[in-house]
Write a protein that binds this ligand. Structure first.
Ligand code: IMP
Length: 429
């Protein structure tokens, strides 16, 4: 088994949907704590246990391993209604939850007016982002604008009423500006959400203290990212990004530990590329191939059900992800989806509209729309890989494809996933 550090970050290296849920679930077996550090119910982490499929939006994927402590860090925007729906659904499916979930006192609350604003702003925008409509952008706007409401505020009803009241009034005005009409009963929606406050306070903790203490006591921790590097607010294809820092450095700020506590960063990389929502996808397939791979890979959003756009493997973005995240290792996912393809293309660089060839990920998002990927073609292996459990048993052409991905990305491949089940994983080294 590849050796991980005591504190490991798992981060997406493309546009999200890389299969982080499955990798976190596999790695969670050897840790004591799993903590989410950013995002909210926009995420949809799919995990299969036996024949049971679970889609987790806010609760860390480690919850499916008995006894593991699962935390939501301060970097998360927490939708209490969605959170408890997910919590109760896990209980109903027989998952023992008592004492296992902790929520940072510093986490921001995502309230019904955030969802309303997200949807109103998207429907009136000249250039929509294609958000999940879960209120993520407005919740982080309130956080940065210092207007937000945090879990700790739930303990002080007076302060809570004041801050929520101000936000409610502001929302009314902004929704009007967007030319949309909100639900008549926004007040009732807010009351219903806040009614869950006491229950949430029962789970509140200081995640930084909890994780630091656990690490000092020799326990192991996994920090789980949501979305992916190209959706990072600073480093992604801005403005077609999510509203948080998805990259590995945010794991420290988003949980309350120091950056030197992190020992390893595992980048999750899909064996091809997908994207959901608006924004450029330089290696997009032609429509026929797009449909074929979407069906083979089940490439539909786990949160919204939207079809994901699919494309060839893009090493410009994974090399960039290796740099931004400081990857110490890579987990390649969904290799089996490519089993039937006669040949595979891998983008090694982009040719910019002015003819310049670059191996770097351009900062100007709009220039990405006009780039032409420089491709290398590799032969497909055209043999099933679902049942392979050792690298040496993979077809030689599949190994050659993985070797090339590793070389171009510049970080060692440590895991290869060949199916949705827990045991469909090949440890490397
Ligand atoms: P938001 O995070 O809902 O504001 O959406 C912003 C962008 O990020 C949109 O393009 C979404 O499709 C994308 N996005 C958000 N969450 C995920 C995810 O978990 N997987 C893939 N894309 C996501």
């Amino acid at each position: 088994m590849p050796e991980q550090g005591a504190c490991t970050v798992v981060v997406g290296c493309q546009w999200g949907d890389e299969g982080k849920g499955k990798i976190v679930d596999v790695l969670a077996e050897d840790v004591d704590i799993v903590a989410r550090y950013q995002g909210g119910a926009n995420a949809g982490h799919t995990v299969k246990v036996g024949d049971d499929m679970f889609v987790l939006h806010q609760i860390p994927s480690g919850i499916l391993h008995a006894g593991k402590r699962c935390l939501l860090g301060n970097g998360v925007v927490l939708d209490m209604q969605q959170f408890f729906q997910e919590y109760d659904a896990l209980v109903a499916r027989g998952i023992a939850m008592d004492g296992r979930v902790g929520v940072s006192l510093r986490a921001q609350l995502l309230l019904p007016y955030h969802r309303l604003l997200d949807q109103a702003s998207e429907s009136s925008a000249a250039e929509p982002i294609g958000t999940t409509g879960r209120g993520i952008g407005p919740a982080y706007e309130d956080k940065a604008g210092r207007r937000g409401v945090r879990v700790a505020d739930l303990g002080n009803p007076e302060r809570l009423a004041k801050r929520v009241g101000a936000a409610r009034d502001r929302t009314g005005r902004r929704v009007e500006q967007f030319g949309a009409t909100g639900p008549v009963d926004l007040d009732r929606a807010i009351d219903e959400a806040l009614a869950l406050g006491e229950r949430l306070l029962g789970l509140a903790t200081d995640t930084g203290v909890e994780i630091t203490t656990a690490l000092k006591a020799g326990r192991r921790v996994l920090l789980e990212g949501a979305q992916g590097t190209a959706l990072d607010l600073d480093h992604g294809t801005y403005p077609f990004v999510t509203s948080s820092n998805t990259t590995a450095a945010a794991a420290a700020t988003g949980t309350g530990i120091g950056p030197t506590a992190i020992d390893a960063v595992i980048g999750v990389v899909k064996a091809y590329t997908t994207r959901v929502g608006e924004g450029p996808l330089p290696t997009a397939f032609d429509p026929e191939m797009d449909e074929r791979v979407r069906q083979l890979g089940g490439e539909f959003g786990a949160t919204t059900g939207r079809p994901r756009r699919c494309g060839w493997f893009d090493s410009v973005i994974t090399r960039f992800a290796a740099q931004v995240n400081g990857l110490t290792g890579v987990a390649i996912t969904k290799l089996d989806v490519l089993d039937t393809l006669p040949e595979l293309r891998v983008a090694t660089a982009y040719r910019l509209p002015n003819g310049t060839v670059t191996e770097s990920f351009p900062a100007d998002t709009w220039s990405l729309t006009g780039v032409e990927p420089v491709y290398e073609t590799l032969p497909g292996w055209q043999a099933p890989t679902h049942d392979v459990r050792r690298v040496s048993d993979l077809p030689a052409k599949a190994r050659a494809y993985l070797d090339r991905i590793e070389e171009l990305t510049g970080a060692p491949v440590q895991w290869i996933s060949v199916g949705t089940k827990r045991n469909q994983i090949i440890p490397v080294g």
